[in-house]
Design a protein around this ligand. Structure first.
Ligand SMILES: [Zn+2]
Ligand SMILES: [Zn+2]
Length: 131
């Protein structure tokens, strides 16, 4: 049985980049959370700061994993443990260079056509401080 990564209770699978945000199924996009740590008050669906934190963590993992400038489709499939058809669909409008796909393009699409920055967390704090 899958366990919550925070408290160890039985868990459900959370998509760090939601499917509605363009997130896809592959291990780095999954976080296992119990109902409380998932949908509860302090879970990522209710807590914007935590949601951003998980997304930044995921993006950093991707940046570490894809440290070269280019990767071929086969390399990406192995590294990301992602379904080939899904990856092809995700990258269909990306330029394919002779060395492969640009890591930046791949990360950008896996993050739901977004690049997250630390400053987004600060903006959140500013917003809270005004209340
Ligand atoms: Zn939990
Ligand atoms: Zn979720």
């Amino acid at each position: 049985m899958l366990r919550c990564q925070i408290c160890g209770k039985p868990a459900e699978r959370h998509h760090i980049v939601y499917k509605s945000q363009g997130g896809v199924d592959f291990p780095l996009n999954f976080k296992y959370l119990c109902p409380e740590h998932h949908r509860g008050e302090y879970g990522p669906h209710k807590n914007r700061k935590l949601d951003l934190k998980y997304k930044l963590e995921m993006q950093h993992k991707l940046e570490k994993l894809l440290y070269k400038k280019f990767y071929t489709l086969d390399e990406l499939i192995t590294l990301l443990q992602i379904n080939k058809g899904m990856l092809k669909k995700l990258l269909k409008d990306c330029k394919l260079y002779k060395e492969g796909y640009k890591s930046f393009d791949v990360i950008y699409r896996l993050m739901g056509r977004k690049i997250y920055t630390e400053s987004m967390m600060e903006e959140y704090y500013d917003f809270i401080a005004n209340f």
